[in-house]
Design a protein around this ligand. Structure first.
Ligand code: NAD
Length: 330
């Protein structure tokens, strides 16, 4: 494999941090750019050129893309449902990152541009039932995405399409379905369901307060993709001839209650549950239809939810104990 110059935008984030690690392992020259101070990056890899910059600014995007053969655009102001339902304007402002990054990638003559879209682009009408029909790529239209965050993602993936058609730019787009794993956010309001549930169970275990609050009635259905599968899929899609946005997610469906059962079993405890029906809970059901990615790329998730959750639980428990310690001898 020849050595390339690679930019990971949002490299201080969860998926970006893992992607930087993968490209360094492959021997590439990697530039990692994020707006956060280094102390808040989930991973800072010494082998990369690490840069703090606000990629909503056009000049910062041009500086970041300068000399880069491949660009992976993962920077976004985002989080789990608790964040995106309450911060729609902030989510939509990520459009500035995407407009400026796409322009900069075009003008700096990058060879490949990857954009991370989301399952939140899918039409809400197709996600009303917990008894889901998995979402196919064509289900994004007619458009009725998640308000705020999903509209921005749909606009930005559409922009990639037109930069490809009108300017001949090499753009590839994946629609991620819930990604989870170690080295991600697990507290503070931006965490997603797998990390939030792990944290709540770990907190219960180490404080002796054996209760847990679940957002919604817990019957909502979802699929969750382990980070290693995501990193492999990003590269497969970027190097493919698939021009339109494609699903990148697991099709192993679970309910949120089922996910709590799983984490309780990993922790070896049973908790008393309450359900907060007013909390943000997103659509009732969502799963990824993987027909296209399986047929075209032979990609399928390799890590079962139970295995990935155990790895994630163990990492979050170590982080929790380092920060808060344990009040019990569990
Ligand atoms: P993340 O929040 O951990 O990473 C995003 C990073 O972008 C953060 O580190 C953040 O500081 C950075 N960022 C935000 N604004 C910036 C700016 N103006 N300039 C520079 N950096 C900025 O999120 P993640 O889970 O790693 O997600 C990466 C991408 O994948 C995002 O675009 C997200 O929308 C998309 N996505 C993620 C999931 C998921 O389940 N994690 C699902 C669907 C889509």
């Amino acid at each position: 494999m020849s050595k390339k110059t690679i930019l990971v935008a949002g490299g201080g984030g969860f998926i970006g941090g893992h992607l930087v690690q993968e490209f360094l392992k492959q021997g590439h020259d990697v530039r990692s750019v994020d707006i956060k101070p280094y102390e808040e990056w989930y991973q800072v890899h010494d082998g990369a050129e690490n840069v703090i910059a606000d990629l909503q600014e056009k000049e910062a995007c041009y500086a970041a893309c300068d000399g880069m053969q491949e660009i992976y655009q993962l920077a976004a102001d985002m989080g789990g449902m608790g964040f995106i339902e309450n911060n729609k304007a902030l989510c939509m402002l990520s459009v500035l990152i995407n407009v400026h990054m796409t322009l900069a990638a075009r003008d700096c003559g990058s060879e490949k541009y990857f954009y991370s879209s989301s399952a939140c682009v899918y039409n809400a009408d197709k996600q009303k039932s917990e008894d889901v029909v998995p979402l196919k790529e064509e289900d994004a239209y007619p458009a009725m995405p998640e308000d705020g965050y999903g509209w921005e993602k749909l606009f930005s993936e559409r922009m990639c399409r037109h930069f490809r058609e009108d300017f001949g730019m090499y753009c590839r787009v994946a629609r991620f379905h819930n990604v989870y794993g170690p080295e991600g956010t697990w507290e503070g309001g931006r965490e997603k369901a797998p990390a939030a549930i792990c944290r709540k169970v770990i907190h219960a275990k180490h404080t002796g307060d054996h209760t847990i609050e679940i957002w919604g009635d817990g019957h909502q259905t979802r699929s969750f993709m382990y980070i290693d599968d995501c990193i492999k899929g990003i590269q497969d899609i970027t190097n493919s001839d698939i021009l339109e946005p494609i699903n990148l997610g697991s099709d192993e469906l679970t309910t949120i209650n089922g996910l709590v059962d799983m984490v309780e079993e990993i922790a070896g405890i049973k908790l008393e549950r309450t359900h907060n029906l007013d909390a943000p809970k997103g659509v009732n059901g969502r799963n990824s239809d993987n027909t296209m990615i399986q047929d075209r790329l032979g990609w399928a998730p390799g890590i079962k939810l139970r295995d990935g959750m155990e790895l994630t639980y163990n990492w979050i428990e170590a982080e929790y104990l380092a920060k808060y310690g344990s009040k019990t001898q569990a």
